[in-house]
Design a protein around this ligand. Sequence first.
Ligand code: ADP
Ligand code: MG
Length: 473
Amino acid sequence: RSDWNRVAIVLEELRRKCDTPADELLCVLIDGMVEEMKAGLAVEGGSKDYKMILTYVDKLPSGKERGHFYALDLGGTNFRVLRVHFGGKESQMKDQEYQEVSIPAELMLGQHEELFDFIAGKLAEFVSKETDAYHPLPGRKRELGFTFSFPIKQTSIDAGTLIKWTKGFAVEGTAGKDVVQALNEAMEKRGLDMVVTALVNDTVGTLAVASLATQKQDDEVMISVILGTGTNACYVESIDAIPKWEGPKPSSGKMIISMEWGGFSSSFLPRTQYDEALDAASVNPGEQIYEKLLSGMYLGDVVRRVLLRLAEEAALFGPTVPSKLLVPFILGTPHVSAMHQDESSDLQVVGKILGNVLGIDETSLELRKLVVDICSIVAKRAARLAGAGIVGILKKIGRDGTKQDSSATQNKRTVVAMDGGLYEHYPWFRAELKAAVAELLGSEVAKNVVIELSKDGSGIGAALLAAAHSRYG
Ligand code: ADP
Ligand code: MG
């Protein structure tokens, strides 16, 4: 029989360790985040947590971009090839076409050349289906925005080397190599008349798309956050606040910084034994600690590990531990959100997922309620930590209401553009994140902070940035 006393103890411990009180905990984390941001902007490698990558995007698209451009989105489990046509007026998108491919697992852990050859092959396939209307003019090439959502050391808008792989990727042979050059070479090898004109990550693309949405004022769209397989944020920083910037200052006086905020770590982060075990078993132990607490790749597995402990210590699912509970990542974050948001009175969805995914049949309502509780605790911690991250950026750029001057920034609206499957498909998570931001800012200031979904920056946004940086002006 299940030992419900033991269950209660383990659950209470989880609740306590995942607790994220605003005053005692989140505020401390936020101060630490702001310090790390400053350190990372001061000198290259100044922060061990935040890379604070210079993106070489110093202004957002004007809206006058026209023509058709391609985008390649690499940075999660799927990758996509798109072609987007911009009409010139507010970059009206005329049409788009795309193809999605999942990346064979062996390529994620394979060799550098294989990965890029595979990608170039898919691009060639996409282009081969096009009608003549899309052929570039003589002497020209198709232009591609390459969304590469991993930490890179960027050296210009179309050059950068990988700093490290994340999100389950561990490809060999990438160290020190320019990813744009690698892709250009792979395309050339295939005889593909295409060239990368912008190397961006999904956060920057999201910011670009959001800034074009109608009725946005200057200096409103300042931050974008991805909550998908992994997590990252970028924001518009004043060039004068970036001591590590070398060379002439851009005329805009600004630079978009990709924080690589998934790398944040702090002894104050509310971590549990489940998080530690997950980290130890990952392909990048000790890294991306913040990301492992809050992104879609991991939430499901944290829940699985809690259930596993309850199965082992409290015979939660009977005398034997269900074998599927031992399989890493078998429970995905989409399962967590589906179970958590199960509105049926007898928690049918929870029952179905436990049965179908974990092979656990015949569950009691009490057990299904417990599972919902666990999902809620893990998701709440994630949402509030993400909210704290956003407030950290707002504080850094003086949009958190604490700036002691009467300048125009005081009552300025700040748009935070959000994207990623976790944010998009998990309404409860979204609400909890917004509530945390409001709690941290106070309701007056929170009124000026608009957190909104801005879709497909990694596709349309990248094509837009490729257009904005076109070789053929
Ligand atoms: P990527 O980050 O790989 O570019 P997405 O932005 O599409 O991709 O996000 C995919 C991630 O979103 C998945 O890893 C998954 O964890 C999460 N996700 C997808 N659907 C849901 C859902 N219904 N509820 C919660 N999370 C989801
Ligand atoms: Mg994506």
